[in-house]
Design a protein around this ligand. Structure first.
Ligand SMILES: Nc1ncnc2c1ncn2[C@@H]1O[C@H](COP(=O)(O)OP(=O)(O)OP(=O)(O)O)[C@@H](O)[C@H]1O
Length: 296
């Protein structure tokens, strides 16, 4: 069941024919993707499919070998700081916080990417600088509450529990006032309660008018959250569409399960059990056999 109910609007992020070649390895081959206003798009695919590489191309961390990325109609520069200012923020697969700074200071770093203090005001800490700092602090506090972090403003980031660090990273990204938010495995390492809280948080973010792209291996999470799913396999876009369409596509199941059982992700197995109903039984059967064989 898809939880997404929002009507989607015009295209906000358009990636066109993005290709990324590392030496002899084609990590992405002509990948095109359109994210619409109000949309939560799930990007899934087996390990090494190119998902994070794609995020890196979208955010200017990598310069694609070929292809373009446009945000709200404008071609994005290959410069992460400029991409942030243009309106796209992200989180990372491996959390990247400032560990020795407080939670509030971490969010304020994101906020500062947006502030336009003139050099004179900054130099003399004049009234406009002080007003700007206060506004940044207030907004950062508000964002900490929004992501579900209370009473941790002064805690050092490194002392926060893992799930809270992930939430903090989202707050910092939101502090840049993005039109588009990219989340790379936001529920990795979370328990089911934290995962559900993250799902609710992403829906709230969407409801604030921010379009979201989520990379996740937990495909149950993806199918219950997103209103559009794109499947990358070996650097190519294999299938995309509504969750109901994508999850019933035999190529998707094959892409995940045509691998040794030990490499098959536990969440995919849980998903297979959940959707093992009539019309998919034929597709699911060999999978079940494979699992049993693997366990024997
Ligand atoms: N900087 C790099 N230099 C060389 N090869 C790279 C680089 N970054 C990624 N790759 C390769 O590109 C391919 C895609 O990797 P990527 O991390 O994008 O996959 P992924 O789908 O995000 O995988 P996972 O789900 O395991 O995180 C892999 O073969 C990887 O080794």
């Amino acid at each position: 069941m898809s939880a997404a109910t929002q009507t989607t609007g015009k295209p906000v992020l358009v990636a066109d024919d993005v290709t990324m070649i590392f030496g002899g390895l084609t990590a992405l081959n002509q990948v095109s993707l359109t994210l619409h206003e109000g949309q939560i798009l799930g990007l899934i695919g087996p390990n090494g499919a190119g998902k994070t590489t794609f995020f890196n191309c979208l955010t200017g961390l990598y310069t694609p070998t070929k292809g373009t990325v446009r945000l709200s109609g404008k071609t994005l520069p290959n410069d992460p700081a400029k991409v942030t200012v243009a309106g796209m923020a992200r989180t990372f697969q491996n959390i990247r916080l400032f560990p020795s700074m407080s939670a509030l200071e971490n969010v304020m770093v994101g906020r500062h990417a947006r502030m336009k203090q003139g050099p004179i005001a900054s130099l003399f800490h004049g009234p406009s600088f002080k007003a700007g700092e206060k506004a940044a602090r207030d907004r950062s506090r508000e964002l900490l509450r929004f992501v579900g972090l209370s009473n941790v403003d002064d805690e050092l980031a490194r002392n926060l529990p893992y799930g809270d660090q992930r939430r903090l990273e989202i707050a910092r990204a939101l502090a840049t006032d993005p039109a588009v938010l990219l989340l790379d495995e936001p529920t990795a390492g979370m328990n089911p309660q934290e995962t559900e809280a993250t799902r609710q948080l992403i829906l709230s973010i969407r409801d604030q008018g921010i379009a979201v792209v989520v990379i996740e291996h937990d495909i149950k999470f993806i199918f219950s959250l997103c209103d559009h799913v794109s499947v990358l396999v070996q650097g190519e876009l294999l299938v995309e569409g509504a969750p109901e369409v994508v999850r019933a596509d035999p190529r998707v199941i094959e892409a995940y399960l045509g691998k040794p059982p030990e490499e098959v992700h536990a969440d995919v197995l849980a998903y297979v059990e959940e959707v093992g109903h009539t019309e998919q039984t034929a597709v699911m059967k060999p999978v079940t056999d494979q699992r049993e064989g693997g366990q024997a």
